[in-house]
Write a protein that binds this ligand. Sequence first.
Ligand SMILES: [Zn+2]
Length: 220
Amino acid sequence: GAMITTTGGHGDFRPLTDIPRTTGEVSAQERTGANAIADSADEVRLRVREQFLQGATQIKIVGAGGVSTPRSPLDMLTFTEQQLRAAVETAGDWGTYVAVHAYTSEAVKRAVAAGAQCIEHGHLMDDHAAEIMAKNGTWLSTQPFVNEDDVGPLAGPILDKFREVIVGTNNMYKLARKHGLKVAFGTDLIFSPAVAARQGLMIGNMTRWYNGSEILRMVT
Ligand SMILES: [Zn+2]
């Protein structure tokens, strides 16, 4: 299903010609099904329910900025805690859960406070954020990004942000080990079948932090 974001959050890929939009109007971008934009708790509930209606098994909510959306800074926040909680409660009503896209400590902490059961990415979190995740049993679904071409050729502001993420990778896995976080292997290789073949390289890079059996368990 769609990842659910705010106006201007990561995943808002609308061309600027679509802005401003009238409340309730659905953009051409959202009609592709890749993303859904919500700016209130009620809109969050509506978009989350629409994903489940279409067969989603869980929801990805965008809690912050992201690499591939050029206009969303990595350290911005999107939904309020109350809006994130609206998604978590709605997913709970369907017997399932919410994963929140977050790189920074603030984004991670807000997501965990709202009841998210999984943090996606987390590369820029600090010790305190990792401690809070451990206390709440929150999963970390993340990527061992160590090279600038791990997700294919990047340029401009997207490459600048990807470099920031790479710098955080080592610290993140160290914190995950220190606090015994439940870690899932994700690739974020979503835009091209050609780069999807690179996930084997990414598994190899995991040996910097985990031994072979730990990695096999994680990726299977
Ligand atoms: Zn993401």
